[in-house]
Design a protein around this ligand. Structure first.
Ligand SMILES: Nc1ncnc2c1ncn2[C@@H]1O[C@H](COP(=O)(O)OP(=O)(O)OP(=O)(O)O)[C@@H](O)[C@H]1O
Ligand SMILES: [Mg+2]
Length: 262
């Protein structure tokens, strides 16, 4: 069953209906971009805070060690050095505080979760990426969709995951002779909803496989390396799992599950 061609290639209804469909898509697209940006800022903010806090803590430790070493040599010079060291500790603490404030500022509020039809969300995500895939010469195929459980999720967050994975798949096939991206939905043995994004690209570069879902891991010249780490954060926050496996036909399969709400 090719849901995509039903929905995208054979538009039906009057002109006004199609116009309002396009409007709804534009609104959804804007909301997803906003959600993606917030998640990205949150993620990058947390990673920076974490990365910067460690060296800052080390700086404070070294300064305090120097301060103690000079304690037993009270000369006018060491007194001034010790005062300067105290000020340096104060400034390092201030920097830590600024990082914490920044982190709180961009931390996005928990998106609201509702009972949703994952099949409909996948269909929307495919519709939204259709033009992008077309421009890259990639054919999108949507399969499965039978007996999917209802899931309790934040819709926009789920779109962020799907769009990241679809985009990665499209980018991975830039040099491929065969550019097919299949998005497959299914119900797993334990009743969860499963989405698989199957590309025919070159496969995962060896240097990233171990750290694939960590922030700032990228092989792309202009990549941030935020995409997959954001996907994992969102999927796991929903009680699901995400993984990547080689596609036996060549390429990569990204697969994630979301527990059933039933
Ligand atoms: N479908 C895929 N096929 C092959 N390699 C992939 C695929 N998806 C991701 N990768 C590899 O994993 C790396 C990390 O992906 P991730 O989405 O986290 O960051 P990115 O795409 O490089 O940058 P961005 O932050 O813009 O998403 C990529 O740079 C690429 O090397
Ligand atoms: Mg990416």
């Amino acid at each position: 069953m090719n849901l995509l061609s039903m929905r995208v290639d054979v538009p039906s209804g009057s002109m006004t209906e199609r116009d309002s469909d396009a409007e709804k898509r534009a609104v959804l697209q804007a909301e997803i971009s906003q959600a993606a940006r917030l998640t990205e800022m949150d993620k990058v903010g947390s990673a920076f805070a974490h990365e910067l806090n460690q060296p800052l803590a080390a700086i404070v430790n070294y300064l305090q060690a120097c301060h103690r070493l000079l304690q037993d040599q009270p000369t006018p010079v060491t007194l001034r050095v010790r005062q300067a060291l105290e000020k340096a500790v104060g400034q390092a603490d201030r920097a830590s505080q600024i990082i914490r404030n920044l982190r709180d500022l961009i931390h996005k509020p928990e998106a609201e979760r509702r009972l949703e039809d994952i099949g409909a969300i996948v269909l929307d995500a495919v519709t939204l990426t259709h033009a992008e895939a077309d421009a890259a010469g990639v054919a999108l195929h949507l399969t499965g969709g039978v007996g999917l459980p209802r899931v309790y999720i934040a819709k926009l967050d789920m779109h962020v995951v799907l769009l990241h994975l679809i985009r990665n798949g499209i980018e991975a096939m830039a040099q491929s002779p065969q550019r097919d991206l299949t998005i497959e939905t299914a119900r797993t043995a334990d009743g969860s909803a499963q989405v698989r994004i199957i590309d025919r690209g070159a496969g995962l570069p060896a240097e990233v496989t171990e750290r694939l879902f960590q922030p700032f891991v990228t092989t792309k010249p202009t990549g941030l390396g935020a995409g997959l780490s954001i996907c994992r954060t969102i999927v796991e926050a929903h009680g699901g799992r995400i993984e990547a496996t080689p596609n036996p036909d060549g390429g990569t399969i990204f697969s994630f599950t979301i527990p059933s709400a039933e």
